[in-house]
Design a protein around this ligand. Structure first.
Ligand SMILES: Cc1cc2nc3c(=O)[nH]c(=O)nc-3n(C[C@H](O)[C@H](O)[C@H](O)COP(=O)(O)O)c2cc1C
Length: 312
């Protein structure tokens, strides 16, 4: 299996963006993380849980430190929303998440990790859905083998490894060799999806080749060059022009507007502008001008004007 999937990214991988990414050819989409406690207290109305059929196959990512919460929240999501997969976050280093014992904090408490992962796996069983856990090499030190053993024992069938420590941020390079070690260790008992520092098409090939993983997950590069998924489908890199990028932003705008109405959609669209225009000549000035615009009509006019009048 050679899957290429979208990484969960809080604030970015919402339903409209996921629709775009599926149109571009990602095999799976992934929701940003949502707390299991929040699902239990506020119900399933949270926009973070919204998705439409064209985003499928979609995996919803939850986090939590309490096995009972995770079991109940997972069951609610599976029963009522029927996503294609459910994922546990065991890698988020954000203080507001780890102070609850969830996210990457689970890597510092393997007994708890086991019980939470088991709760997820048990909740998935009646629905015939493969449970996954997205995790890092360890919290402060690399304990990959012990973590993998715990997750397999809990019945997790898809292991998604962001090959860094929780404490490392993005300062060090992701250690792809460890993704290879994980695949060697688990063999056919679980799928392994590798993650970290895939920036361009050749990196996808390289990660598959170097590690033998079953899937490659793309995070930041999916924001700055979402067409990487199309490149993989086509099997060649694409020279994505300014015109192509304007088309992409327009498509995202359509999806955003459909879900959120023009005012909120415009705010969210602006988050993507500096990313999608990365590498365009005159980007700095263009972006700063576009971000100052207060109204969508003017925004598109400015972009069109720039496109038609820039020097060749
Ligand atoms: C803005 C942002 C938000 C993120 N939010 C999440 C999240 O909600 N859940 C998660 O498991 N990882 C999250 N991540 C981590 C990414 O999924 C991914 O593991 C990381 O960026 C490394 O992959 P990359 O080098 O391809 O970007 C986030 C990363 C970024 C940049």
């Amino acid at each position: 299996m050679r899957l290429v999937v979208l990484a969960p990214m809080a604030g970015f991988t919402h339903s409209p963006f996921r629709r775009l990414i599926r149109e571009l050819g990602a095999d799976w989409t992934w929701s940003e993380l949502i707390s299991s406690r929040m699902i239990l207290t506020k119900g399933l109305e949270d926009p973070l849980l919204n998705f439409v059929p064209t985003e499928r196959p979609i995996r919803i990512q939850i986090h939590g430190a309490d096995p009972e919460d995770v079991f109940k929240a997972a069951d609610q999501v599976l029963k009522h929303l029927r996503p294609d997969g459910l994922d546990l976050n065991a890698g988020c280093p954000a203080p507001k998440v780890i102070k609850t014992g969830a996210g990457a904090a689970l890597l510092a408490n393997l007994d708890r990790l086991y019980h939470v992962a088991l709760a997820l796996a048990e909740a998935c069983k009646p629905y015939g859905i493969l449970p996954s856990v997205k995790f890092r090499l360890g919290f402060k030190q690399d304990e990959l083998e012990r973590i993998a053993e715990v997750l397999l024992k809990a019945g997790i069938k898809i292991l998604v490894l962001h090959a860094r420590l929780a404490q490392e941020g993005y300062a060090t390079k992701a250690r792809w060799a460890r993704i290879g070690h994980l695949k060697q260790m688990v063999g056919k008992d679980a799928l392994v999806i590798g993650n970290g520092d895939v920036q361009k098409l050749t990196d996808i090939y390289q990660m598959f080749q170097d590690t033998g993983c079953d899937g490659v997950m793309i995070g930041r590069a999916a924001l700055s060059r979402p067409w990487i998924f199309r490149e993989y489908r086509l099997g060649r890199s694409i020279d994505f022009s300014l015109k192509d990028r304007i088309c992409l932003l327009t498509r995202l705008w359509e999806h955003l507007r459909a879900e959120r109405g023009p005012e909120r959609a415009f705010k969210v669209l602006k988050l993507f502008v500096p990313k999608i225009l990365k590498g365009v000549r005159g980007r700095k000035q263009l972006v700063s001008c576009l971000l100052r615009v207060k109204e969508p009509g003017l925004f598109w006019e400015q972009l069109k004007f720039y496109h038609e009048n820039r020097s060749p």
